[in-house]
Write a protein that binds this ligand. Structure first.
Ligand code: ACO
Length: 328
């Protein structure tokens, strides 16, 4: 028998307030046309005053628990991937744990910016496979708009807020059925590129939260090549080809990057879950948000093979392959 992490359910939450491109064009010198053409973004959700990352995370987690039909008390591992924690410490995951009424197990945050969800998925999967935890709540949650410089048109048009969550359930399966659950995850980082996408503040640097700074063109170039190669790595590791993939659920940074990945995989865009038009880039939340959309509207069903990929500041990037649902 082998232990696998089954993706038992997912859920998402978006704050109520929506800002469209035309509203942004009143703040900075931009236009709906420019943003749509260069990024595919039409609007984004933005948190209200006083609304915290943990608030979004708990709402997404509640929905994932309901969908998985698993009580919160069964969860013994909570990982929140976020770049926008409620506080510098303690971990936002501990607030989520308390809000869900959970008083045992481990809860901690992971910081890998836009790649955070794939990193958290990998860590949770490995803890489950090793038998250290049994049921994990993996959340990507961001109030990323709080990091924006609303006078910088090169970045403020790109991001939004939101949260997505999945439940991973450790499950003993026959060796013949090991193609279920998380098949593999693949993580990379290269700190030589930390200065092309960063925040110009931090507790040890200047005690300020800081704002996002980005060399967009350079990030774009690295994204296309690094995501292409990590996708290939995931396929080779599982002896699969792109024809075996039912759905690509990519990080939603730029529609042109997403289209370029689909092209590399020779996948039509109707096999790609794309929510960037309505959500913009929600950093660590973008992959579980898109996944939840695909599951909720019935496109992604049990048995489907789903490929996740993401890249963000660091640079940090990764991919994961998951066959949805429990083995029959
Ligand atoms: N509205 C209008 N014009 C703009 C805007 C805007 N919002 N932003 C930039 N421009 C202008 C620039 O000033 C420039 O003008 P110039 O030619 O007169 O100098 C022109 O548009 C072209 O700018 P570029 O930066 O070259 O535009 P590009 O086609 O590269 O698109 C973009 C910019 C959308 C940022 C793109 O580079 C991109 O998406 N990069 C990747 C970002 C990304 O993937 N981030 C993911 C990680 S995020 C994370 O980890 C937190």
């Amino acid at each position: 028998m082998a232990t696998r992490s089954i993706l038992a359910g997912c859920g998402a939450y978006l704050p109520d307030r929506v800002i469209d491109n035309n509203e942004l064009a009143k703040l900075v010198d931009t236009s709906d046309d420019w943003i749509k053409q260069r990024t595919g973004i039409e609007k984004r959700h933005v948190v209200a005053d006083g609304e915290l990352t943990s608030d979004l995370a708990v709402k997404a987690a509640d929905r994932a628990l309901v969908r998985a039909n698993i009580p919160a008390s069964d969860i013994d591992l909570i990982i929140v991937a976020t770049t926008t924690p409620d506080r510098t410490f303690p971990a936002t995951a501990t607030k989520v744990q308390a809000d869900l009424g959970i008083t045992s197990g481990a809860a901690f945050d992971i910081q890998a910016v836009c790649a955070g969800f794939v990193y958290a998925l990998s860590v949770a999967d490995n803890l489950l496979r090793a038998g250290q935890s049994r049921r994990a709540l993996v959340i990507g949650a961001e109030t990323f708009t709080r990091l924006l410089d609303w006078t910088d048109r090169g970045t403020c048009v790109l991001f939004g807020d939101g949260a997505g969550a999945i439940i991973l359930d450790s499950y003993e399966i026959e060796p013949a059925a090991t193609q279920f659950g998380v098949l593999s995850t693949h993580l990379h980082s290269d700190g030589r590129y930390r200065d092309i996408l960063y925040v110009d503040g931090g507790p040890s640097m200047n005690s300020k939260t800081g704002h996002v700074r980005m060399s967009g063109k350079e990030v774009f170039r690295h994204a296309v090549s690094k995501l292409g190669s990590v996708i290939n790595e995931a396929l080779v590791a599982n002896n699969l080809t792109s024809d075996d993939i039912d759905w690509l659920v990519p990080h939603q940074a730029n529609k042109r990057i997403i289209e370029s990945m689909a092209k590399k995989l020779n996948m039509p865009m109707d096999k790609v879950i794309c929510s960037i038009d309505r959500h913009a880039n929600t950093s660590a939340a973008s992959v579980p948000l898109a996944l939840t959309e695909g599951v909720s509207d019935g496109r992604i069903v049990d048995g489907d093979l789903v490929l996740f990929e993401a890249i963000g500041g660091g640079l940090a990037w990764g991919a994961g392959l998951v066959r949805m649902g429990y083995p029959k």
